[in-house]
Design a protein. Structure first.
Length: 202
């Protein structure tokens, strides 16, 4: 899920420690070790303000996610040490699921979201799966266009329903997007099974 509407190129690598320059401000990326990591705590303001409550994993459920070796919670901080973006992925052999992606309002429209996405896309070509709200209004349609400009295609052939993160929540429809190619039936079923068994586990 993505937290906002995003308006170049990054070095390839494992994604845990490179520095890149956006205009005059350097941003550093680090992988968060767990819920006690200060960088995790520093990222919570962006997390809480970027996603509606029904799309948020409860903070008390994050420790279970961090136990999965394929769970990767990364933050980006500026030269002053302030966290200004977050990227949460689940990495599997057949796909990489982008669960959360948000950029601080102070950097929106400056290319930060674009560059973060391109680095992820190029590190895992034809593997990234992400979700967006159905394109039913201006904001969601612009978000769809943003991802399409970066090589992602929608998969409306699947009526995808995201299960709730809490017992009290309701399922909600989202549109799956994939890099390069449409999802095949086998990969879709594998993704849904993984998502329901692991991602929303609590």
């Amino acid at each position: 899920m993505t937290g906002e509407d995003f308006p170049g190129d990054l070095p390839k690598g494992d994604g845990c420690g490179w520095i890149w320059f956006m205009k005059s401000e350097p941003l550093t990326k680090r992988r968060v070790a767990g819920v006690d990591d200060p960088l995790f705590l520093d990222s919570l303001d962006i997390y809480r303000t970027s996603f509606p409550v029904h799309e948020q994993r409860r903070i008390q459920d994050f420790p279970l996610a961090f136990q999965d070796p394929g769970f990767c919670y990364e933050v980006f901080f500026n030269g002053e040490g302030r966290v200004v973006a977050m990227l949460v992925t689940w990495r599997r052999e057949k796909f990489v699921y982008l669960e959360y992606f948000a950029v601080d309002a102070s950097l929106r429209g400056q290319g930060a979201g674009q560059r973060i996405l391109e680095e992820l896309r190029d590190a895992f070509p034809h593997k990234v799966i992400l979700e967006i709200d159905p394109p039913e209004d201006g904001i969601s349609r612009r978000r769809l266009g943003f991802y399409q400009r970066h090589g992602f295609v929608p998969n409306p052939q699947f009526d995808y329903i995201h299960p709730p993160y809490t017992d009290e929540g309701e399922p909600f429809p989202l549109l799956l997007m994939t890099h390069g190619d449409l999802l095949d039936e086998e990969t879709y079923r594998s993704f849904v099974d993984f998502h329901h068994r692991h991602v929303v586990a609590r």
